[in-house]
Ligand binder design. Structure first.
Ligand code: HEC
Length: 149
């Protein structure tokens, strides 16, 4: 019983530490809308590439869900390892390998855009975020196709 409590407490503290990455700060900002944000809303190159990719996911997912053709769609091929992060602590061990795996998934979609290669890209977003920055995981989960659920 107390062991379980300690495990969940530990997980909670651990996730608070990880939540320093973008996405998690939104809730504190909404707490009192009259207050200025604690930090200026600086967007790193890496964070911007993520927002752009997320918008691409939304656009492609909409077509797929509507049963429309995605043959003409492409994801932008970012080089994550050359983009500046908000904070170097975001570049966890394995970041480079995860970036390479993700680049491969994007290349597979771009070579053969369909539902299957799309879902593999979402899986790549999820895989890296589990390791580096769990804040956006809920948002990423919504990018899966309804047929994957
Ligand atoms: C190789 C690791 C990796 C992959 C793959 C990855 N991310 Fe990220 N993502 C990060 C890191 C690290 C940050 C924090 C960037 C920063 O704040 O500089 C981030 C930040 C974000 C953010 C917050 C950006 C903001 O507004 O500040 C979103 C949303 C996001 N990612 C969504 C995605 C989506 C969607 C995908 C797939 C298309 C994806 N990520 C793929 C590592 C990754």
């Amino acid at each position: 019983m107390s062991g379980r409590l300690f495990t969940s407490l530990g997980l909670f503290v651990f996730s608070m530490v990880l939540m320093q990455c973008a996405g998690a700060t939104l809730e504190t900002k909404q707490a009192d809308p009259r207050l200025a944000p604690v930090q200026p809303n600086y967007t790193s190159q890496l964070a911007q590439s993520m927002r752009d990719l997320d918008a691409e996911l939304v656009a492609i997912r909409e077509l797929l869900e509507a049963g429309e053709d995605v043959a003409g769609m492409r994801f932008t091929e970012h080089q994550f390892t050359t983009l500046q992060p908000t904070d170097s602590s975001m570049l966890v061990d394995g970041f480079q390998a995860l970036s390479m795996a993700f680049a491969h998934q994007v290349a597979e979609f771009n070579a053969a855009p369909d539902a299957e290669t799309y879902s593999a890209v979402v899986g790549g977003c999820e895989a890296c975020h589990m390791r580096s920055c769990p804040g956006p995981l809920q948002r990423i989960a919504k990018r899966y196709l309804s047929e994957d659920e």
